[in-house]
Design a protein around this ligand. Structure first.
Ligand SMILES: Nc1ncnc2c1ncn2[C@@H]1O[C@H](COP(=O)(O)OP(=O)(O)O)[C@@H](O)[C@H]1O
Ligand SMILES: [Mg+2]
Length: 352
């Protein structure tokens, strides 16, 4: 049946929808909050959890599921705002906006959040893009920063031309490894920026494996951003196992997704002609591990190469060649996920 905006069915539907949004939903939300407070006061958290779980699968309150808070795993706090209709707003950056625009016409399009253009909020400019968590209920999310370095060659050159001693970087360094500074650095209680930049890449898997884990948040709420010193394949595999809850079929799904992404990257005009630095792969799956996604995000440090020049993304980086090691990172990531899935298979076989 074809309906028009003014036919009785559409009018009734709009009325129902309005009634729900404006009258019933606020009432239910108030009730929900009051219940939560009451149970927290009495510290009967277990009872509260029971009620909350009931509410979660009650079809009447499906909308609460959709209200699952948006997760920001890495990056600068305060860079994001909620958009409308399944979008998020990220603070505007010319370089990133330019990349997103180009990517909308590239083979990689289905692997990046859909870019809707720029908008203004409270006098500030934002890029409006698809929320990659929008289609998921209680998603598990992991951010892996790709490449053998996370600074641009330009940044290193600039930092070297002005090698000021930085006390803040010395502090960050000793918080992670108090044995790292040299005698002179300890005496000055400061390090130079290039020294700090190069050291930071060497303590994680960035310089050896070509990617590093930035953060993980699981469906059950467990999360961690403590991967600054996760370096070896074994340590990374342990973190991937935590992220996937040791679910072998989910690990295999990620292997398939990553292999498809690799094939697309190898044929993408955008990828061949850009130095991709500081960009991440965002992994998302639902609680059951049936719905899985891998997408490229963060193009704030992605630079186009001069006309006609291409990057290989697997060649070793030598200052001046601008290689980023992105595909080495992806190869290693696939290998780690693959080994993990095979180990789970072996464990299962041993159990029988
Ligand atoms: N389109 C998106 N959909 C869902 N989550 C996103 C999206 N873009 C970014 N995020 C979340 O925000 C975090 C930081 O994003 P990123 O673009 O890397 O910001 P920054 O430029 O501040 O590093 C990511 O780790 C991810 O959790
Ligand atoms: Mg980032």
């Amino acid at each position: 049946m074809v309906t028009t905006a003014s036919d009785p069915v559409s009018v009734a539907r709009r009325f129902q929808d309005k009634l729900w949004r404006h009258r019933m939903l606020p009432m239910v939300q108030k009730m929900f909050t009051a219940l939560q407070c009451r149970y927290q006061d009495k510290q009967s958290l277990q009872q509260w959890r029971k009620i909350r779980n009931m509410v979660h699968w009650s079809p009447f309150l499906q909308c609460f599921k959709k209200k699952y808070p948006w997760v920001q795993l890495a990056g600068h706090a305060g860079n994001f705002k909620a958009g409308e209709g399944g979008t998020i707003l990220k603070k505007h950056c010319n370089r990133e906006a330019k990349c997103l625009k180009k990517l909308m016409g590239d083979l990689l399009r289905s692997y990046v959040p859909e870019y809707k253009g720029d908008v203004e909020r409270d006098g500030e400019k934002f890029m409006e893009m698809e929320d990659l968590l929008g289609d998921f209920d209680t998603p598990a999310v992991m951010d892996c920063k790709m490449g053998v370095r996370t600074y641009l060659e330009d940044e290193l050159v600039k930092a070297r031309s002005n090698p000021k001693l930085r006390k803040d970087m010395y502090q960050k360094m000793i918080e992670i490894d108090p044995t790292e500074p040299t005698k002179e650095e300890n005496a000055a209680k400061a390090v130079t920026k290039p020294r700090y930049m190069v050291w930071r890449e060497s303590i994680s898997s960035t310089s050896t494996l070509g990617f590093r884990i930035e953060g993980i948040k699981k469906s059950d709420g467990q999360s961690s951003r403590d991967y600054k010193m996760t370096k070896t394949k074994e340590q990374v595999a342990e973190a991937f196992k935590f992220f996937t809850d040791g679910n072998q079929s989910l690990q295999k799904k990620y292997v398939q997704k990553l292999m498809a992404l690799r094939a697309t990257l190898e044929n993408s005009t955008f990828f061949q002609s850009h130095e991709v630095i500081g960009s991440s792969l965002l992994f998302v799956h639902d609680k059951e591990g049936s719905h899985v996604g891998v997408s490229l995000i963060d193009f704030g440090k992605t630079m186009s190469m001069p006309e006609g020049q291409k990057l290989d993304h697997r060649l070793a980086w030598k200052e001046g060649n601008r290689e980023d090691g992105y595909l080495c990172g992806l190869d290693n990531m696939i290998a780690v996920f693959n080994t993990l899935a095979e180990c789970e298979e072996q464990n299962l076989a041993e159990e029988f």
